[in-house]
Design a protein around this ligand. Sequence first.
Ligand code: NAD
Ligand code: WQD
Length: 342
Amino acid sequence: MPQNESHRRILVTGGAGFIGSHTVVALAEAGYIPVIVDDLRNSQPEVLDGLERILGHRVEFHAVDCADEAGMEAVFEAPVYGAIHFAADKAVGESVEAPEKYFSNNIGATAKLTHMLRKAGVQHLVFSSSCTVYGEAKALPVGESAAIQPAASPYGYTKQSCETLLGYCHAAAQGQLGVALLRYFNPIGAHPSAEIGELPIGTPANLVPFLTQSVAGKRAELTVFGQDYPTADGTCIRDYLHVCDLAEAHVAALQWLERNGGAMEAFNLGTGTGSSVKEVITAFETATGLTVPHRFGDRRPGDITAIYADASKAFDLLGWRTKRSLEECLADAWRWQEKLGG
Ligand code: NAD
Ligand code: WQD
């Protein structure tokens, strides 16, 4: 439990989004005071009601662009102890169509925010990075020391650039800014209360929301992208982790920063186990007793065959590992889909 009020207020940019909202719950449960900054460009205000039902109180919320220095003044009126920076655009396909948007929001906003944090004397920063920085890794499971591959999309490039940018900011701060770069693998699921979850706008690009929408009848069927990959069942392999496990890793990272003032490290956040698309379908059917309507289609351009994490560094340094099974992830994802009403 954080010691006093001045050690509790944590700025959460993108806190109304999928991972951010679950992290707000984990922070509050750990005794911190999350402060959400989110201009709702990819989320809904109802998320705040869901958070209130889970936590029993309203979370401080600022509907501003985190890159807007004037708009952010109100946030810094009270001391900010640490920051978790989720706010970004995240659609890989869209980033190919509109790279300017991704450079501006993902890199530009991170630079502006870090400047504000340093000006305000904030000493702990947790950043949302991605396993996409590894591309098609040479060896699996992939560890943090694996080579960073040339980015396969503007989105991936922005994550690599932010990691580099934060490395320079960390050096410039001379021990006054600790940074944890968290490289997420594939977060899925939802809070078990079904009060918060993923809100994909339009047609989902990611597997699990498309799958649950297909079961709910909102989509005709799931297309499995390729069954001729060099894997045991021919479908791609990823490392799917429960968003609540991922949320708890942010608290662990913050606490690691508190123990190691001014440090900087990157951490893989995954289960350490790969699952194929076919295995995800089977796990969903086992968890829910429902059938996933699906067909096999062509490969999706840009998909890699397989990736899963060596997450041992997160366990060794942060004391964090995933606790929830794939079936639990999918049962919670389905409960959330049912709540959304198909
Ligand atoms: P999300 O879109 O659900 O959440 C992002 C939130 O940030 C949204 O609520 C959006 O309104 C807000 N936002 C965006 N730009 C903003 C700005 N300039 N100012 C204020 N608010 C802004 O996405 P998510 O899945 O929760 O992802 C969170 C972070 O994790 C992102 O940085 C993303 O790149 C990263 N990430 C996500 C995944 C994934 O599979 N979901 C995987 C790896 C990394
Ligand atoms: C998972 C698997 C698809 C949809 C993306 C981003 C990555 C990171 C996480 C942010 C793949 C297959 C999917 C469908 C399918 N995000 N699939 N039918 O591609 O691993 O990673 O999200 O940093 O940067 O690229 O996730 O959920 O899109 O796909 O068969 O309708 O499901 O081919 O094997 P991906 P995904």
